[in-house]
Design a protein around this ligand. Structure first.
Ligand code: MG
Length: 270
């Protein structure tokens, strides 16, 4: 099932996507739907996708992110392969939706880079969960762009600004529920910038897979419905291009992970 959060005439709705129509559900947000325990309240109302403004599929609670979770990506930036997950946090206020604009000030950063990633949406409270039970806590999956200011990432020594600035966490376009993605380690991640393919990876190549990450993170944090895990990016980021390439005014980044779809955002430099 593909779940969308969208606005029509200024009102926000949650719905199930069927082709070019959206079946409106009687819940106010994605977390309410998770807690409704699949008792979907169908309103019987249909909206046209063409009339809808797509919003971020959810407003996450915690955003826990994993750095260098693909060996080839660690190597392309001359980093060591991590022995345990490299965990950092992204500000929930960085989230934007499909079609919204990634923006930054030229005086703050001049090295803005793309990172196409599979995002895991937690649907049940999890604390000290085992790897074998970990996938049961997943509500669904979406696509994230872990936009990264490489100059700040180096200069600040940690990544709060580099990856947490407003608009630096595009999400969407929809959430595909976990029952439709039985194996999160069998997905292709394709990233293109201005129509040119930059990343072509597989979640099969994660160093620490989704089960392991959920179990590992749940030993440090209580994972709550609506929390999200960014699982890391495959090789092909801008800093590793020869010569290095960064996003600029008007750049368009698209990340495709089927069956979720394609997340596209343009950039504006202020
Ligand atoms: Mg990343």
């Amino acid at each position: 099932m593909k779940l969308l959060r969208y606005a029509i005439d200024g009102e926000v709705h949650i719905g199930v996507l069927h082709g070019d129509e959206i079946m409106r559900l009687g819940v106010r947000n994605m977390t309410e739907l998770m807690l409704a325990d699949a008792a979907f309240v169908e309103t019987g109302m249909l909206d046209n996708l063409a009339d809808a403004r797509i919003l971020p599929p959810l407003l996450p609670g915690k955003i826990l992110a994993i750095g260098r979770n693909y060996a080839e990506h660690a190597r392309e930036l001359d980093n060591e392969i991590p022995q345990e997950p490299l965990v950092f946090a992204v500000m929930p206020s960085a989230v934007i939706g499909h079609g919204e604009v990634i923006e930054w000030e030229r005086t703050i950063t001049q090295q803005v880079d793309w990172e196409g990633e599979l995002a895991v949406i937690i649907g049940q409270t999890a604390r000290k969960i085992s790897e074998s039970d970990a996938l049961d806590t997943v509500f669904g999956y979406t696509i994230a762009n872990d936009v990264s200011a490489r100059d700040l990432q180096t200069r600040d020594k940690q990544w709060t600004r580099a990856k947490g600035m407003d608009t630096f966490c595009p999400l969407g376009p929809c959430i595909v529920t976990a029952d439709d993605i039985p194996d999160p380690q069998a997905l292709q991640i394709l990233t293109s910038v201005d129509g040119v393919e930059k990343q072509n990876g597989s979640t099969a190549d994660m160093i620490f897979d989704v089960r392991f990450l959920i179990a590992h993170l749940s030993r440090a944090f209580t994972l709550n419905p609506g929390d999200m895990i960014l699982t890391g990016t495959p090789s092909g980021v801008g800093k590793a291009q020869k010569p290095p390439q960064f996003l600029g005014e008007g750049s368009e980044v698209s990340i495709t992970i089927e069956p979720i779809g394609k997340l596209t955002n343009r950039c504006t430099v202020l």
